[in-house]
Design a protein around this ligand. Structure first.
Ligand code: NAG
Ligand code: NAG
Ligand code: NAG
Ligand code: NAG
Length: 357
């Protein structure tokens, strides 16, 4: 839905250039429901919200895209039904898992097509088979409830393609390359792709450590300055960065601004106030970072299974919560040292806020 925000000019994101402030932020304690839990071993990696309210979620342990339908109490719209129904949308051939999923926006009436990244990725070494990344198009717009899937492109030059996000209304998507430290641009209509932006802030650490640099990534419009930004997380370097972009040329219109450092972050969502809600997979938390780059609050905790291994976040709509999340079940770092569970889809009951997914 990023583009819709942009078109109505409603998302005013302002930003500061200060450094993050350390200290102990207060914890927020919103209610958290599990909408659906997959069996043990399931890693749920990312999500997109359909206009009909259903969630599309990717699995990284198997190459499957699932749909979860949350059920709201019609009286007070809260709480959600404890277990939304789940259905397999598609099992992708020729890959071991799926990473990102995002809405495509090729024109004003293009509302139910999604781009998905697939890769042969090991959840033990966190590395991929070289040249195994591809991008697919999932078309759910058929009135007869049919699912049409086609491969848009193999990108053999890429390392690990992870998050994907919509760039414009011409069918262009940005795709994060976690090992090369680059963002690719790919057009779902022409199937053409090219490197969009590469920077050191996107690369993994040169030495040992998690070989996953660039990870979550969003395109954000600042209505006040009429400027487009890319916000992105670097999981290995534990940073969040923004850079102003020219959406056509792929050149930067500003320096690279560090929004947060020492932050455990996989993917994130941005709200209308410009705050970042960062999913911290091995810390089992969501960290809220204010416009002044200060950590404002934290949801969940290391020893709580509520957000065990939280991988990604997305707002229910552009006008309200809850904030939906996906988890890997804490397998990267077990809750309290021992506990792991099947990956799940949760609703975090934050209301009155929404923004860029
Ligand atoms: C990726 O894995 C799939 C499923 O195991 C396999 O069919 C395919 O050949 C692999 N691709 C590469 C590039 O190794
Ligand atoms: C908009 O995109 C959809 C999906 O690709 C396509 O079916 C439709 O023909 C397009 N409409 C126009 C006016 O280009
Ligand atoms: C660890 O967390 C799980 C899930 O919350 C809980 O069931 C278990 O009792 C905890 N174990 C310890 C040793 O704290
Ligand atoms: C988490 O649980 C473990 C095992 O029960 C305990 O040793 C540790 O102190 C707890 N950590 C926190 C931050 O509560």
């Amino acid at each position: 839905m990023k583009l819709v925000h942009a078109l109505i000019g409603a998302l005013y994101v302002s930003f500061a250039h200060g450094m993050p402030v350390s200290g102990s932020p207060p914890s927020l304690n919103p209610a958290i429901n599990t909408l659906h839990q997959f069996p043990k071993g399931a890693w749920v990696e990312n999500l997109a919200v359909r206009q009909n309210g259903a969630l599309l979620v990717t699995r990284l342990d198997v190459p499957e895209l699932w749909e979860i339908e949350p059920v709201f109490d019609p009286l007070n719209s809260n709480p959600l039904h404890p277990s939304g129904s789940a259905r397999l949308i598609y099992r992708f051939p020729g890959a071991t898992g799926l990473m990102g999923v995002a809405t495509v926006n090729a024109n004003a009436s293009d509302h139910d097509r999604y781009a998905v990244t697939a890769v042969n990725f090991s959840l033990t070494t966190f590395t991929a088979t070289p040249s195994s990344s591809s991008v697919w198009l999932v078309d759910l717009s058929s009135k007869k409830n049919e699912v049409h899937v086609e491969k848009i492109a193999d990108i053999p030059e890429a390392g690990v393609l992870s998050d994907i996000t919509n760039l414009d209304i011409l069918g262009n998507m940005l795709v994060a390359d976690s090992t090369a430290g680059c963002i690719w641009k790919l057009n779902v209509n022409t199937k053409a792709y090219s490197r969009f932006l590469c920077d050191d802030t996107m690369k993994p650490l040169p030495a040992d450590g998690l070989p996953v640099g660039l990870n979550g990534m969003k395109v954000v419009y600042d209505g006040q300055s009429n400027t487009w930004y890319t916000y992105y997380a670097n999981t290995a370097k534990q940073t969040l960065t923004s850079v102003a972009i020219n959406r056509v040329s792929g050149t930067t219109n500003s320096g690279f601004n560090q929004l947060a450092a020492n932050i455990i972050v996989d993917d994130f969502a941005v709200d209308f106030a410009g705050k970042i809600w960062a999913a911290g997979n091995p810390s089992n938390t969501v960290t809220v970072i204010g416009k002044d780059n200060k950590v404002e609050s934290v949801i969940g905790s290391k020893n709580s299974s509520a957000l065990a291994g939280i991988t990604a976040l997305a707002w229910r709509s552009r006008t309200d919560g809850p904030l939906y999340g996906t988890t890997c079940g804490g397998v990267m770092a077990p809750v309290n040292g021992t506990f792991t569970e099947g990956g799940k889809v949760v609703a975090i009951h934050v209301w009155g806020l929404a923004g860029v997914n």
